[in-house]
Design a protein. Sequence first.
Length: 255
Amino acid sequence: MNRFHIGIGNNSFPLIPGNDLRGCINDAHQMKSTLDAHFGAAMDERLIENSTRAQFNEAMEAAIAGAATGTCDYITISISTHGLIYGTGTPDNFLQALVFSDFDGKVGDGLLADVAFKAFLDRIPRSVGVEIWIDACHSATATRAIGLKSRSLISPKFDPTKHSVKPSAIRSKSRTPDDNIVVWSACLDDETAADMWSEPLKEGWGAFTNAFCSAYDDAGNGATRRQIMSQLLLNLLASGVAQHPQISFQQSATT
């Protein structure tokens, strides 16, 4: 396997004070370690702490180029950051986006809308496998219990009693034989993703990423995704987190 890996961990958001996270950089490193242990070291890798949207774009372009030339046949992408719901001008057309460290509070270069993410994925040939882990939330609910910080930024114009979120462009229903893209998500669209912190250890981590890596490490290489998901759910329950991770499938547009 010739694997290209992109790992994004965003703790710092200097243009929106008061919204820093504590576990996303650790998530990026933990996911890299877990994937390296199971697949071997990636043939090319972009591990970016506090990534800007432009840095992510560059990493995606490099991965797409490797896929197009046959240099890589498997792309892994982990992203731990804030999630955001924002409006596009009509009540029934709010979109989901991932937030990068250069986000300034306005819809622009610091956001990656799911439709923009899908546009990248559609350029990857179907002969190349893609697996994505997103530890962020696209929630319209309040912050979770004391001790857990939500990875969510909510548009002040979004009202869950009046508006709806368009189904994520990077999620589909059940898997078909032609699907080459697998997406793991930390939670449902109406839930928060927990950013956890240990005061004694002075260390933070994402509840989903930690639960996934532990489940994958315990299950071993022969485990199915269904088996890993079952253990992941048990790990989250044991940690006192009520979010519901999802796994979905799609195929890229390029044959």
